[in-house]
Design a protein. Sequence first.
Length: 119
Amino acid sequence: QLQASGGGLVQAGGSLRLSCAASGSIFSITDMGWYRQAPGKERELAARISSDDWPNYGDSVKGRFTISRDNAKNTVYLNLNSLQPEDTAVYYCTAVIRSIRESFYRHYWGQGTLVTVSS
C-alpha cells in the first residue's frame, strides 16, 4: 500500500513537502509519482520519477516542484515551492509495484493528501 503525508494549509509563495511510502511484500518498484486533482477538474500529472531517477513534470508545476525518491525506503517525495492558490488540490501518490508473490507489476494509488494554498 501507499501512505502519503505532508499536505496542509500554506500561504501563497510558501512551500510544502509531500512524502509517500510504499509498504508490503515488495519485490521491486518502477515509476513513482504524484498526480493532483483540483475541485471540479480532472486529475493531472504533477510529477513522476523513474527507477533510475529520471523526472517528468506537468507543465503547470515545472520549475516550482521537485520530485525525488529514496529507493532504500521505497519512498517518493515532492517538494512544492512558490505555491499558488491554483495549486490547491488533493495530491495522490502512485507507484508501479511488483510484489514478491506476483510476476507482474501493478499500478497503485495512495489515499491522497490535501494541499490548500491561501491567497
